[in-house]
Write a protein that binds this ligand. Structure first.
Ligand SMILES: [Zn+2]
Length: 143
């Protein structure tokens, strides 16, 4: 039972990589299964590298970094650049916004529909809005 589940999971990841135009190498598959096995989350290259080491996947940090960017370019991940913090890669590629907890360096999804962008400025001639990224920075209340 457990074995067949793992095979199924691997097949669908292979298909996902092929569909995204990436050759499903052993290394990409190993990293993809670490990235996508735990539901929606936000992860930095350093965190993924650490998880790979724990899982005995021998990859360098540079390879992890390149793979994350390849997955992003292929539309499998969304990049989340938080000023003054690490770059995070989001497994949820749908339009959504984030809380960022300063100090804890924690990224939290804002539930869909709970943010309202009142009015957007007019965009330059010939341009259109792709999406609007909102990062609301938080800190613990003092006192
Ligand atoms: Zn997110």
């Amino acid at each position: 039972m457990h074995v067949s589940y793992e095979i199924d999971a691997e097949l669908s990841l292979q298909e996902r990589l092929r569909f995204a135009g990436l050759r499903p190498t052993r290394q990409r598959l190993a990293l993809a299964s670490l990235i996508f096995a735990k539901g929606d989350r936000h992860l930095s290259a350093e965190e993924l590298h650490e998880e790979a080491q724990v899982a005995n996947v021998p990859v360098s940090l540079a390879t992890v970094y390149n793979t994350l960017h390849q997955f992003t370019q292929a539309g499998m991940l969304r990049i989340l650049a938080v000023e003054g913090a690490k770059t995070y890669f989001d497994t949820n590629i749908s339009d959504h916004h984030h809380f960022f907890v300063e100090g804890a360096n924690q990224v939290i999804d804002i539930p869909n529909g709970s943010t309202m962008v009142g009015s957007l400025p007019p965009v330059p001639e010939g341009m259109e809005i792709v999406n609007v990224d909102i990062i609301i920075r938080l800190r613990k209340k003092r006192g």
